[in-house]
Design a protein around this ligand. Structure first.
Ligand code: ATP
Length: 329
């Protein structure tokens, strides 16, 4: 049985990033990075601009092939090290014979990562199908089960009973997520006509329609007003609590990060500088130091932290200057 001091991200790991390195020519965007995402946790990946957060997401979701390192996704409990070792040895991509599948994401193409490993993502810049309705966007996300139910087209053309049933279920599931994201009244509106905050929620609903084990969100609170940020917090906590979906998010809004994250991993210049719960990270001098060196548009965030926690700035041996800058050269 787990003791109070044991951390979920050490003992019940849904995703492990192991010695990940990503180079673009001479630029080392990620350097020997390792961290875990606990099953059912909300894990935040934070760091100043250019720290390498989106690059990590792109490696996890198959958009980039890492230069080095291993990324392991687990559907079952426990580390299942024997399966991981066997896959590594034999050069295979995944072992999904049982319910407790293990997947080496760095070897898999992006569409297989969504379909088999059950990792879904949203993007920093919204990428909905603008001309399609909100409902249609959520049906596209269920393309794989619908294609199977249509026996790869023929059942769909003749509208066979198996396909009709699957289509009804897909519409019900889409309606469920439209309801949960407060968009059911806009189901028939083109996605491009929805307000910005609603489009962000629709992206999350679309990702949830793929029934992910891990949901990766790239700056979900960007551009949201305070009320929408609070609603986002509630939605993410609901997804984790009622669906058991683990969440990995990149976020600059420290209000969102500190309030909902179980676990925070901090990057700077492609390296991990801190890893722990909110209390640990807030009190880590390396984190404050890294943030005090960020760009103009990040200053408000730093000032927020510094105002809340003046003792941390003192601990870091640096005082925020008038404009919030200081620290790193
Ligand atoms: N495809 C690419 N080709 C070349 N360099 C890249 C590429 N993608 C990212 N980089 C570089 O890798 C570094 C990390 O970028 P990344 O976008 O991962 O940072 P980030 O932490 O997500 O930044 P932000 O908070 O601004 O979104 C940057 O120096 C960036 O210019």
């Amino acid at each position: 049985m787990k003791t109070a001091s044991e951390k979920n991200w050490d003992t019940n790991v849904v995703l492990s990033v192991e010695h990940l390195t990503m180079r673009f020519g001479g630029l080392v965007a990620i350097n020997d990075l390792s961290f875990n995402v606990g099953r059912g946790d909300i894990t935040a990946l934070i760091g100043p601009n250019g720290a390498g957060k989106t690059t990590v997401f792109n490696c996890v979701t198959g958009f980039y092939k890492p230069t080095e390192g291993r990324i392991v996704m687990r559907h079952g409990e426990g580390l299942q090290q024997d399966k991981v070792d066997a896959l590594t040895r034999t050069g295979r991509q995944f072992d999904s014979r049982e319910k407790s599948g293990v997947f080496l994401l760095e070897r898999m193409p992006d569409f297989e990562i969504t379909k088999r490993a059950k990792v879904a993502r949203t993007f920093q810049n919204i990428r909905l199908f603008g001309g399609m309705t909100a409902l249609e966007n959520l049906l596209v996300a269920q393309h794989n089960p619908l294609m199977i139910a249509s026996s790869m087209t023929i059942g769909g053309i003749f509208n066979l009973p198996g396909f009709r049933k699957a289509r009804g279920e897909a519409i019900d599931f889409a309606a469920y997520w439209l309801e949960k994201t407060g968009l059911i009244d806009r189901a028939d509106d083109p996605a491009a006509d929805l307000p910005y905050g609603a489009q962000r929620r629709l992206e999350i609903a679309r990702a949830m329609c793929t029934r992910p084990h891990l949901l990766c969100l790239d700056e979900p609170a960007a551009g949201l007003n305070p009320r929408e940020s609070t609603e986002l917090n509630d939605l993410l906590q609901y997804i984790r609590r009622d669906h058991g979906t683990s969440i990995l998010l990149i976020e600059h809004d420290m209000g969102v990060v500190m309030e909902i994250s179980d676990h925070i991993v901090v990057l700077d210049y492609g390296e991990k500088i801190s890893d722990g719960n909110a209390e640990h990270v807030k009190n880590d001098p390396r984190v404050i130091s890294a943030y005090l060196g960020v760009d103009e548009d990040e200053v408000a965030t730093i000032e927020e932290i510094a105002a809340d926690l003046p003792e941390i700035a003192a601990k870091a041996g640096k005082k925020p200057s008038e404009n919030g800058k200081g620290g790193k050269a």
